[in-house]
Design a protein around this ligand. Structure first.
Ligand code: HEC
Ligand code: HEC
Length: 371
């Protein structure tokens, strides 16, 4: 474990102690801020294992590579030049140098791999451009997986770009949502389909110009899926700007099996605040300057209160859902939108609500379920 790194953001402050100066050349080809994250992930994960299990042969030979060197930079440089996959293979290889190598290293390889991939995601987008790329936190949605074979619903992934960006300091006053569902081929869940990448301005936001949206699966940038990579859009409404309009769905068929804890994230090449005047508040209920809140939905006369509480309260949680509990309602919000718009299996069971009521609930969810 080393403690002299201070990673801030790709283009942000960068501080290493003097050891770094001697090793400047290693990093010059990458861009310093980007590389720090990788070096940190290496040092906190694989490196301790190398020093413990591989040092007898992988410092001064006879093994190829000095990734177990007591000098972190030498070790890192060797690790990168041999390649992560090769080293991981040998770490798990029963035939290489048991008992140092073999399946007993699996869990630490998994953890190392995960953390290194996360660092790679940040550093990749960092290296490819001098612009200040923005990357969201990851999120998963187990419904995509569990419901894919039956109803195969579109699920909503949603990020509040004021709080949910990896880039520290970047505060974009907008919400970003994208729909995703399982992609089924020959009755097998083989990939993910995305559609409707949409921005919604938060109250008092400027209009934003958005350039280029890229999708990530498990922290790996989906380079082959460039449906939204080159789009340019002006986001100037609180009610939602679907920047993917007219574009095909994006389809991802990753190698290997899909997992119910697959995680998704999104990067934006550029989001620039403009001086454009934001459109006047929309007439759509709950949109515009006064977004609909949970309090409104649950107060006397509100939709949840009048149409749902009879079956979804703290005493009678039909389907396990207590709509008088904010967190419960928020957590099931995409299901609420789905069921209130599902003509075959509607909520309430007596039949679909009016379009206005349904849109009001939808807007509440699309705005990030404000309380
Ligand atoms: C007892 C000595 C010894 C130990 C311990 C050892 N190795 Fe090796 N390793 C070698 C030798 C010798 C080679 C070169 C010949 C070969 O490829 O098998 C090698 C080659 C490798 C290579 C291939 C490099 C290339 O460029 O192809 C990798 C990767 C590797 N070792 C990983 C590891 C890891 C990871 C550990 C610790 C968990 C480890 N080794 C422990 C002796 C060792
Ligand atoms: C007459 C009773 C009744 C009313 C009124 C009612 N529900 Fe339901 N709801 C149920 C029952 C029973 C279930 C469980 C069976 C099912 O899923 O169909 C359920 C299930 C659900 C689920 C699925 C929960 C899950 O875990 O997947 C959601 C979401 C839901 N209701 C939302 C609503 C909303 C929103 C309203 C009001 C607009 C509403 N319901 C009104 C009886 C009702």
């Amino acid at each position: 474990m080393i403690s002299f790194f201070l990673f801030q953001s790709c283009s942000g402050t960068f501080s290493l102690n003097s050891v770094h100066d001697e090793k400047e050349s290693i990093f010059s080809s990458y861009g310093k801020g980007c590389e720090t994250k990788l070096l940190e992930a290496f040092s906190n994960n694989y490196y301790s294992l190398f020093k413990m299990n591989c040092a007898s042969c992988h410092v001064n030979g006879p093994g190829t590579g000095a990734f177990a060197s007591s000098d972190l930079y030498t070790a890192y440089e060797s690790f990168i030049s041999i390649g992560r996959f090769k080293v991981e293979n040998n770490l798990l290889n029963e035939k290489h140098q048991p008992p140092y190598t073999g399946k007993q290293n699996q869990s630490i390889v998994d953890k190392s791999q995960y953390e290194f991939q996360q660092a790679e995601a940040i550093s990749n987008i960092c290296q490819n451009t001098s612009r200040n790329i923005l990357l969201t936190e990851t999120q998963s949605n187990q419904n995509i997986f569990s419901k894919a074979n039956t109803t195969n619903p579109w699920e909503l992934l949603s990020w509040d770009l004021e709080n949910d960006l990896v880039n520290q300091g970047a505060k974009i006053k907008a919400l970003f949502t994208i729909e995703v569902r399982g992609y089924i081929l020959n009755q097998l869940l083989t990939g993910y389909e995305f559609r409707n990448p949409t921005f919604r301005l938060k109250p008092n936001a400027p209009a934003y110009k958005v350039n280029g949206i890229n999708l990530f699966l498990n922290n790996i940038k989906l380079r082959d899926v460039n449906t939204y990579s080159f789009l340019q859009a002006l986001v100037n409404k609180t009610s939602g700007v679907n920047v993917g309009l007219g574009l095909a769905y994006a389809l991802v068929v990753p190698e290997g099996n899909l997992k119910n804890n697959d995680i998704f994230s999104v990067s934006f090449d550029e989001i620039i605040a403009t001086d454009d005047v934001v459109n006047p508040p929309e007439t759509i209920p709950g949109g515009g300057a006064n977004p609909i809140t949970y309090t409104q939905l649950t107060s006397a006369g509100g939709i949840f209160n009048r149409s749902c509480f009879g079956c979804h309260n703290s005493n009678n949680r039909s389907g396990g859902l207590d709509l008088s509990n904010y967190t419960a309602a928020k957590n099931l919000s995409s299901e609420i939108v789905k069921r209130t718009n599902d003509a075959i299996n509607p909520m309430p069971k007596s039949g679909l609500l009016s379009t206005t009521d349904r849109d009001t609930i939808k807007t509440w969810v699309q705005n990030g379920t404000p309380q």
